[in-house]
Structures are given as structure tokens and as C-alpha cells.
Design a protein around this ligand. Structure first.
Ligand code: ATP
Ligand code: MG
Length: 278
């Protein structure tokens, strides 16, 4: 008898939960959105977000301006591209030990530099769901965020924006919840694959959170082919750089370390690079 009462109480609770679910207005999506449309996307239909020179100057986006300011990023592009092509890699993550080393700045510069090669299709994603900031640099706040896309709540097309003909960005309008769990989920892997199949990019660049700040990278790096570690001169702790380089090497292929914010660089761009892969 007690068992029966307990079972009935459980059933009542379950029914209430179902009714609550149905009544909640915001829980609409993940059911309706297909993981894959199966159709190649026509990039010319993606809304354009112009990126103006004044903004590029303000945010150190030299790769848009060209000339001397673009040189270090073009060098980085050529070296990264050579290694990626040799190994048939398409997914590149940009990370750093601590915050504010220049990941987002370098990710956008590298994407723009790659996109200057007109035969390339480049995608840049903001995968820093704790403190996203690429949308602030680009000055475009999408109606939805990449973390909603990767949960299956929103189609990628609703977030995608085009900076140039062959550079599509996936940004966030604000932070997302539980990023570490999101990167661990099967859904995330499936959606990322679906985006790659439908959009057919040559290179996908992921701006990611700093490694010392959280454990997001542990699962995220398993989904990329390679990574660059950005360290800031006179700011990044040597012990952190050492630790992150080793950890990153266990999670993915390390393309190299970018030494950023160098006060005494070889050139005028405040930027250095060395490649130790191979
Ligand atoms: N080479 C550089 N020289 C001087 N300042 C730079 C350089 N690169 C980036 N910065 C500046 O450093 C600040 C942090 O850069 P950015 O946002 O790219 O770093 P981040 O690693 O993405 O930070 P976060 O970890 O918060 O996402 C910005 O104000 C940016 O303009
Ligand atoms: Mg950033």
C-alpha cells in the first residue's frame, strides 16, 4: 500500500513537471531546430556587418588596414596555414594562460588576414562564453548567441554575420551558462560538425577563454585540430606559460606560441611570433 502511494505521488509530481514545462514560455526551442539542414549555405545571403577603419585602429586590427600593420598577422597566417594544410586541419583554437593576453585581437586579425586570400572561406567563432568580447570589437551584437546555437536552441544562420565576402563570424550577445558542460556535450559536437558541413569553410578559428581561468578548454580542445597559445610579454607568468603549453600539447596539436604586447619587438607592430611545431 505504501509502495502504491509512493508511486502515485511520483506520478503526480511528474505530471506537474510536464505541465510546468509546457507552460514555460522561454523553453521553446531545442525541439524545433534541426541539427543539420543538409543544404550548403550560400554565403552571399548572410547579413553583412561592415568593419570600419576607425574601429580597426582603435582595437589594433591591423590586418584590416593592410600594409605594415598587417605584416605580423600575414606572417602568422602563412605559417599557420602551411601547417594546417600539410595536416589537413581546419579547426584552430586561440587561447592563452591568463586573461587579456590579446586572444580576441589576434583571432580577428588572423581571420581577416586569411580572408584577404579571396579563394578562402574563413569562419571566426567567439567560444568564450564566460566573458565574450569579440562582439564589442566588431561592434555587432547579434540577436542570439553562439552558446544558444551550440545548445541547439537557435540555428547558426540567426547568429552569423559577414565581415567580408569570405569571412563569417559567430558572436555572442552576452555570457552563457555552464560552458564547461556545454563543451562536453554530444549536442555541441554534432552542431559544430553540422555547421562545418553546411558552411564548408577552409578554416574555422575559435576565440576561447584563458586556460588558467576555468576548465572549458579541457573538452573544447578535443574538438579542434590545433591551437595557438598567446602569451603577453611582461604579463604572463612563466610558470603558467610552461604549464599551459604542456597541457595544451596533451589536448591538441600546438601550432606555436605567439608573444604579444612586446615592448621591444623586431618590428613596429608590438608583436612577436615563434613557431616550435615540427
Ligand atoms: N600587441 C598589443 N599591444 C598592446 N595592446 C594590445 C595588443 N594586443 C591586444 N592589446 C590590447 O589588450 C587588451 C586585451 O586584448 P584582447 O581583448 O584581445 O585580449 P583577450 O586575451 O581576448 O582578453 P580576454 O581574456 O579578456 O578575452 C585590449 O585592450 C587590446 O586592445
Ligand atoms: Mg577575448
Amino acid at each position: 500500500m505504501e509502495k502504491l502511494e509512493a508511486a502515485m505521488a511520483k506520478a503526480r509530481e511528474r505530471r506537474k513537471a510536464v505541465l510546468r514545462e509546457a507552460a514555460a514560455p522561454s523553453r521553446k526551442t531545442s525541439v524545433a531546430v534541426p541539427v543539420r539542414s543538409g543544404q550548403p549555405v550560400d554565403w552571399s545571403t548572410v547579413p553583412v556587418v561592415p568593419f570600419v577603419a576607425a574601429r580597426a585602429r582603435r582595437f589594433r586590427i591591423g590586418a584590416l588596414l593592410g600594409g605594415r600593420d598587417a605584416t605580423p598577422y600575414d606572417l602568422l597566417r602563412s605559417r599557420a596555414l602551411r601547417l594546417m594544410k600539410e595536416n589537413a586541419w581546419t579547426r584552430l583554437a586561440i587561447t592563452s594562460p591568463e586573461a587579456a593576453c590579446g586572444k580576441s585581437t589576434i583571432a580577428l586579425n588572423l581571420a581577416l588576414s586569411l580572408a584577404r586570400q579571396k579563394d578562402m572561406r574563413v569562419m571566426l567563432f567567439d567560444f568564450d562564453f564566460r566573458r565574450p568580447n569579440l562582439h564589442k570589437i566588431v561592434a555587432h551584437e547579434p540577436a542570439h548567441s553562439m552558446h544558444e546555437v551550440l545548445k541547439g536552441d537557435v540555428p547558426f544562420f540567426d547568429v552569423a554575420a559577414r565581415i567580408t565576402d569570405n569571412l563569417v563570424v559567430g558572436l555572442n550577445a552576452g555570457p552563457g551558462s555552464n560552458p564547461a558542460e556545454l563543451f562536453q556535450s554530444e549536442r555541441f559536437r554534432e552542431i559544430l560538425e553540422a555547421i562545418q558541413r553546411d558552411w564548408q569553410p577552409d578554416v574555422m578559428i575559435f576565440d576561447t577563454p584563458p586556460m588558467m581561468a576555468a576548465d572549458d578548454h579541457v573538452n573544447l580542445m578535443g574538438q579542434v585540430d590545433c591551437a595557438l597559445l598567446v602569451v603577453a610579454a611582461e604579463m604572463s607568468k612563466l610558470s603558467n606559460v610552461d604549464f599551459c603549453e604542456k597541457e595544451l600539447g596533451q589536448l591538441t596539436n600546438v601550432l606555436g606560441i605567439v608573444l604579444n604586447k612586446c615592448r621591444y619587438p623586431d618590428d613596429a607592430a608590438g608583436y612577436g611570433y615563434y613557431d616550435y611545431y615540427e
